[in-house]
Design a protein around this ligand. Structure first.
Ligand code: MSP
Length: 509
């Protein structure tokens, strides 16, 4: 039995409608969830919305709405986006749900009981937009206003009674944890940033606010609302019914295998989160992967900058699989990436229409015209085996690369196989073999096997299209098994294939 696999996206602030950055985090997580499922792992894939805190309260006030009603509406748009992105999530959590509140309260009570939390007074800078506290050296002046150096969002001075978590005490245990778990933070470059931040000294963290009310109340002191990040991070536990630690769901999936997040929220996930968990005696997750930003030009896409490329509009024009393919292939995972309509169009034409679409069309049309869509007999030559066996020879390496989240290696491998398959069909030129029917048949059989293998590899990237193609072999979603890419004769028992329509229309420029 293979290990279980628990993967999460960040939970999104429903303060405004979803944008490309959100779509990116979700698509990446879905890619891994689907891949792990077809590899035979039992997967739990979680996404959701982060609905408490001052940022949401203010956004609700601005639209003259009760905060819960406001969240109900926008959370729905995130839920709809999950379907639109064809996410295979097993749950969608909202932090305004009861099951979540009881998990947060339980965690808080444990921390308080263990003496990890104390009451004092906070005075310092706070960014409502980031829901983060900043030290004096982390802010600067911009046109007379104070902003955070890292996020560029405005900060305001806060002075109020607050509960503090003894973060300073966890500096050394955290450093030890990082060194014992060298792949806890990926990519490597971000790990180094986190370690030097921790080494530079951790101050105790304010974990409650008193000046607004939208959140989960501190159980022992209802004047305080629990800090929204302590609240939000706990979603990863509450979706597993924490504190029911003896029950199957929790036992099956905690600790999480990986939290997929953007680099801007790494500190919360790689410093505060493991510190809270270690302090509460709960195992930290195994990995936190901080991906880069999707840029519009050279800037992060954000509402305040007004440079948002709307994922819904893009899907409407180009289709979902084109967007998924673009983001997974063209963004170097871990680094910032760029998206524009022009780039997306080139990618659709060259990779999806020309490379994949063309291969499928040509082979199937040829099979229809010459073999009446029958799966033919075959007798492999050395050359046939060479191209077919490439998958078997690389399967271990592909799996290893994927376990390090090397998405680009994976996509490049697939694209290469597509080129090779097209070249094989061209070079073998079955249309010249009309007087050697076994050879003609074999070339078609090999090409069909290549289409099948490649379509299986494409399933986590472009699930809808892959399923359309696999359907010609009557392979349904539940039948997709990653290791069948090693099999060169999977199709031998199939009698006929089903006709295939056009997969991707070329975009005229
Ligand atoms: N609510 C918190 C996360 C709590 S997780 C316990 C939050 N929400 S967010 O809606 O602001 O952002 C969610 C995710 O979207 C983050 O991982 C963030 O990095 C990502 N993105 C937001 N804008 C982005 C881009 N322009 N590009 C890529 N991802 C970015 O933070």
């Amino acid at each position: 039995m293979k290990d279980n696999f628990y993967i999460t996206t960040p939970i999104y602030y429903p303060s405004a409608k979803p944008h490309m950055g959100h779509a990116y985090s979700s698509i990446v997580a879905d890619f891994f969830a689907r891949l792990k499922r077809i590899q035979g792992h039992k997967v739990f894939f979680l996404t959701g919305t982060d609905e408490h805190g001052q940022k949401i309260q203010r956004a609700a006030e601005k639209s003259n709405k009760d905060p819960l009603k406001f969240c109900d509406e926008i959370s729905k748009t995130f839920r709809n986006l999950s379907s639109l992105l064809n996410l295979s999530n097993d749950d969608f959590i909202r932090t305004t749900e009861k099951r979540h509140a009881s998990a947060v309260i339980n965690l808080w009570n444990i921390l308080e009981k263990k003496g990890e939390i104390y009451l004092s007074k906070y005075s310092g800078w706070y960014s409502v937009s980031d829901e983060a506290f900043y030290n004096e050296d982390e802010i600067e002046d911009l046109e007379g206003k104070k902003i955070s150096k890292s996020s560029r969002s405005p900060v305001e001075w806060v002075e109020e009674e607050s509960y503090f978590f003894k973060l300073s005490k966890w500096q050394e245990p955290l450093l030890k944890f990082y060194s014992e778990n060298p792949k806890f933070i990926l990519p490597e470059s971000r790990k180094n940033e986190v370690i030097s931040f921790v080494k530079s000294g951790l101050k105790d963290l304010s974990v409650s606010r008193k000046s607004f009310s939208w959140g989960i109340k501190v159980p022992s002191n209802k004047d305080h609302v629990i800090y929204v990040w302590l609240d939000a991070l706990t979603n990863y536990l509450s979706a597993l019914n924490y504190p029911k630690e003896k029950e199957k769901l929790y036992k099956d999936f905690w600790p999480a295998n990986i939290h997929i997040i953007g680099k801007d929220i790494l500190r919360f996930h790689a410093v505060y989160w493991p510190a809270f968990l270690l302090a509460a005696g709960i195992k930290p997750p195994q990995r936190v992967y901080g991906h880069g930003w999707i840029l519009s030009g050279d800037e992060k896409m954000s509402k305040s900058k007004g440079n948002i490329l709307d994922p819904i509009e893009i899907i409407d024009i180009y289709g979902l699989d084109a967007l998924r393919y673009y983001l997974l292939k063209e963004v170097s995972f871990g680094n910032d990436g760029n998206i524009s309509k022009e780039k997306l169009e080139s990618c659709i034409n060259s990779d999806l229409a020309n490379n994949y679409g063309n291969l499928c069309q040509r082979v199937i049309l040829f099979c229809e015209k010459n073999l009446g869509l029958k799966v033919p007999e075959y007798n492999f030559t050395k050359e046939d085996l060479k191209i077919l066996n490439d998958f078997k020879e690389n399967i271990e390496n592909i799996e290893k690369q994927i376990n390090d989240q090397n998405i680009n290696y994976y996509v490049e491998y697939v694209v290469n196989q597509l080129f090779k398959a097209n070249k094989y069909f061209n070079d073998q030129a079955p249309w010249t073999k009309k007087d050697d029917s076994l050879r003609l048949n074999t070339i078609v059989f090999v090409s069909l096997e290549l289409i099948r293998k490649i379509s299986i590899l494409l399933y986590p990237i472009i699930p809808n299209t892959s399923l359309k193609v696999l359907n010609i072999f009557s392979i349904k979603e539940k039948d997709i098994k990653f290791d069948t890419i090693s099999n060169n004769e999977y199709l031998k028992d199939k009698k006929e294939i089903i006709k295939l329509g056009i997969l991707f229309e070329k975009i005229k420029k």
